[in-house]
Write a protein that binds this ligand. Structure first.
Ligand code: CA
Length: 486
């Protein structure tokens, strides 16, 4: 009997915000190949990460647990590769599994990829041009430099594997994980001409003054054109510019390179989709495109992520599976990165382990939302101060509101509380700040510019959300900060 379980092509890029994809209504670029996935399947409008930073989000996706459970709370906490993960479970169930591209969960025998028949990954962040890869092998693998542009190379590796290493009688799960469009945004030469003589539209909040919010927003060191390096900008910083002009100038420098790098991702995803079509594999392959978190594209004057604000919290998530999912459909339920592995196992008919903290959203793909589907999600950013001077915080998002608690304490996690990096201007120490709350009315204030936590009109909402946050936090097994008392 042929094994007709579906193939899984799991495409994940790094730091690609949904608002730089035309299927999400981008005002600044077109992504025709990513749109092929959305047009042929389903677009999720409320997919969120539980910790908006690379390594922790990837661990949540692999292990199906929140970061306080899988231990990967910060960039300095590599994943223990003996943990059970979805690739291991699929492989045990007879899938062929492979991973090419970004890993970023540590190196060496204890942290290299496990659960894959084949893999080749970038060490750490890796390089855009002529990158070194670590290839599967003893003692954590062997290193070799590969000439070319990283997004093309990762795609070539996937195509080679699909052509030559896949068993046509066995379903596959291929993790196709781009480095792009992560900082420092070096485009391929063939995309260097894009946007050259254009002015890219600015986001409405580029000149945000951070008034009416917690101190965290104003303290963050991730302002475009201000907290950037000559490497980020590909030129020296001009003198004698006020901050508004500096942000506007820096935004154009930054966003054009970001979008050029995205263009290579879109082109290369198109190559893979063409291959699936040509091989007759498209009908029985679940194709997913997502990113490990969102990103600020000049929104609030920023680049980078980390905050629970929308642009950073929201993950793009589109999928195509013609057998089961109606083309051109849209979902507005709240789904999370910790849900992904449960979906994959469910689709493959593999039992979902009881310790998984996410839930399969297979019914959502079929247009049927279970009555008890979640109406709120829990978020926690554990790092404090170190990178970009962002304060540690946790919070809850419902469909209508978001409540955030900044506790400004690294809580002893590895890689926290150090000096901030990324800029040269003096920024306030977060260690001296008192914990504080932010509440946003997402319907009236979608850009999250006015904290209403102390507005008497929202007293009831604030109290309800604090209770809901603490319940959700307890439900997932996390611990409330000591000073977060009722
Ligand atoms: Ca990332």
């Amino acid at each position: 009997m042929p094994d007709d379980r579906p193939n899984i092509l799991f495409i994940m890029s790094d730091d690609h915000a949904a608002h730089a994809m035309s299927c999400y209504g981008s005002r600044i670029n077109r992504t025709p190949n990513l749109d092929r996935i959305a047009d042929g399947g389903m677009r999720f409008n409320h997919c969120y990460c539980t910790n908006s930073i690379c390594t922790p989000s990837r661990a949540a996706i692999l292990a199906g647990t929140y970061n306080h459970v899988n231990g990967v709370t910060t960039l300095a906490t590599p994943m223990d590769n003996s943990l059970p993960t979805f690739p291991k479970m699929l492989r045990e169930a007879g899938y062929r599994t492979a991973l090419f591209g970004k890993w970023h969960l540590g190196q060496g025998a204890a942290h290299c990829p496990t659960g894959f028949d084949d893999w080749a990954v970038l060490p750490g962040q890796g390089y855009y041009h002529n990158p070194t890869f670590i290839f599967k092998g003893p003692d954590g693998g062997t290193r070799r430099t590969v000439p070319g542009y990283v997004t093309d190379i990762i795609t070539d590796m996937c195509l080679d594997w699909l052509r030559h290493s896949r068993d046509p009688d066995t379903p596959f799960c291929l993790c196709y994980h781009h480095k792009a469009p992560h900082r420092p945004w070096y485009p391929d030469e063939k995309h260097a001409h894009l946007f050259l003589n254009e002015t890219v539209p600015e986001p409405d909040t580029l000149l945000d003054d951070y008034a009416d919010r917690a101190a965290a927003a104003g303290a963050a060191a991730m302002r475009v054109g201000v907290d950037m390096t000559p490497t980020d900008l590909k030129c020296e910083m001009p003198d004698a510019m006020d901050e508004a002009d500096r942000r506007r100038w820096g935004y154009q420098r930054y966003i054009k390179d970001y979008l050029r790098v995205v263009q290579s991702v879109d082109d290369n995803v198109g190559r893979i989709l063409d291959f699936l079509d040509a091989q007759g594999l498209a009908d029985n392959t679940l194709v997913i495109y997502t990113s490990d978190q969102g990103f600020f594209l000049g929104d609030h004057g920023w680049y980078d992520k980390r905050f629970m604000y929308e642009e950073s919290l929201k993950m793009p998530f589109i999928l195509r599976y013609p057998r089961e999912v109606q083309a051109g459909s849209v979902n507005n339920d709240i789904v999370l990165n910790v849900d992904f592995p449960a979906l994959f196992l469910d689709l493959a008919g593999v039992p979902i382990p009881g310790h998984f903290q996410g839930r399969s959203f297979w019914p959502l793909l079929q247009g049927s939302t279970p009555p008890d589907w979640r109406q709120a999600m829990y978020y926690r950013y554990w790092m404090n101060q170190t990178d970009h001077n962002v304060g540690a915080h946790y919070g809850i998002r419902t469909h209508a509101h978001k409540l955030i608690y900044y506790y400004y304490d690294g809580c002893g996690q590895r890689g926290t509380d150090g000096r901030h990096c990324g800029g040269t201007r003096p920024v306030p120490s977060l260690a001296d700040l008192e914990p504080e709350w932010e509440l946003f009315d997402l319907e009236k204030d979608p850009y999250e510019l006015k904290n209403v936590v102390n507005d008497p009109a929202y007293a009831g909402v604030a109290a309800e959300l604090k209770d809901a946050l603490h319940r959700l936090q307890a439900d997932v097994g996390d611990t409330r900060y000591a000073r977060d008392a009722d």
